[in-house]
Design a protein around this ligand. Structure first.
Ligand SMILES: [Zn+2]
Ligand SMILES: [Zn+2]
Length: 321
């Protein structure tokens, strides 16, 4: 039986209010997750970084070729744009449009390939960021006001990457309650690591097929799979982390602020293409439920163009702008 699409939330209810940054009741203390979080950081951040940096030492053949870089970019478009920006952020976290269950499943699966945690965790963390932006309790604020006792430089790096090693977890029952009752989100969360591995297996398969189309040797095909897995796996994951983390760090520290929001969010044009429109972050904080982050032709927002494509195909409805 087809599942009914999730309807957009009332904007007032989409982002639950916390009474204050000192109110810890909405957070599960980090000590409960410290081992899991360090293990996740090791597998999802440290290992991809090590493989990325060491690749030139052990990769075979002509791995530094624009065809391979294009495969990495294709994977970053599928995962970073369709998965993270359109799926996890605009569809799941902000409910800025509604989509059929199959579309939600595919976008959530692509988002899971980013190795940034399960859909339910990602949404709860992100809604908590909006609720407590740059106050104590904001999981990844780079602002010293959210991190008492830390210098501006330390707060920046803590907001960029340090938080991911160990942090209090916003309660899904408070921040993502509707997803706990959603079979699609539950299935995606249950098979989170399978999606992460699929995000490496897919470029490996594409690399093998591409080489096989011009080379007969099975060794060359295996080498193609390895190079494809490297570009579309570790390289795409490691760079993807830093792009998304830059929205948390750079786009809460440097850049322009056309909207006088109560947080420190900023717009950064130079990050807009590689972040698929996410770096119009001050616009986003000013109107968080809008599916469109860029304003006008001078603020390219590729994620928004994807939402419009889905709408043209009849796969996105009730779009908020
Ligand atoms: Zn923000
Ligand atoms: Zn958001």
């Amino acid at each position: 039986m087809p599942l009914p699409p999730l309807q957009p939330l009332d904007p007032q209810k989409a982002l639950p209010a916390a009474s204050s940054g000192q109110d810890r009741k909405h957070l599960i203390p980090r000590r409960r997750f410290v081992r899991d979080q360090r293990r996740h950081f090791g597998f999802a951040v440290v290992l991809p970084t090590v493989f990325t940096l060491s690749g030139p030492l052990w990769l075979p053949g002509a791995w530094l070729d624009w065809h391979w870089a294009a495969l990495g970019l294709l994977m970053w478009w599928l995962v970073g744009c369709w998965g993270v920006t359109v799926g996890l952020h605009r569809l799941y976290a902000h409910r800025s449009f509604s989509a059929p269950a199959a579309v939600r499943w595919l976008l959530g699966g692509l988002g899971s390939m980013a190795a940034q945690g399960s859909v339910v965790y990602w949404v709860a963390l992100h809604r908590c960021h909006h609720t407590l932006s740059d106050q104590e309790g904001d999981p990844h604020s780079p602002s010293p006001s959210a991190r008492p006792g830390q210098s501006a430089r330390k707060a920046f790096w803590q907001g960029h990457v340090g938080w991911a090693v160990s942090h209090d977890v916003p309660k899904p029952t408070r921040y993502a309650a509707e997803l706990l009752a959603d079979p699609v989100a539950n299935s995606l969360a249950k098979h989170y690591w399978a999606w992460v591995w699929a995000g490496i297996a897919l470029p490996a398969a594409l690399g093998a097929v591409w080489v096989a189309s011009s080379e007969a040797s099975s060794l060359a095909v295996w080498q193609g799979a390895l190079i494809g897995a490297w570009w579309g796996g570790p390289v795409r994951i490691a760079l993807g982390h830093h792009v998304i983390w830059s929205i948390n760090s750079v786009c809460h520290r440097y850049g322009s602020r056309p909207h006088a929001t109560t947080d420190t969010s900023t717009n950064n044009a130079w990050l807009s293409l590689i972040s698929w429109g996410e770096s119009w972050h001050n616009n986003h904080h000013a109107s968080a439920t809008s599916a469109r982050l860029g304003r006008g032709v001078l603020q390219p927002d590729i994620g928004w163009w994807c939402v419009k494509l889905l709408a043209a195909l009849g796969l996105a409805k009730a779009i908020r702008v």
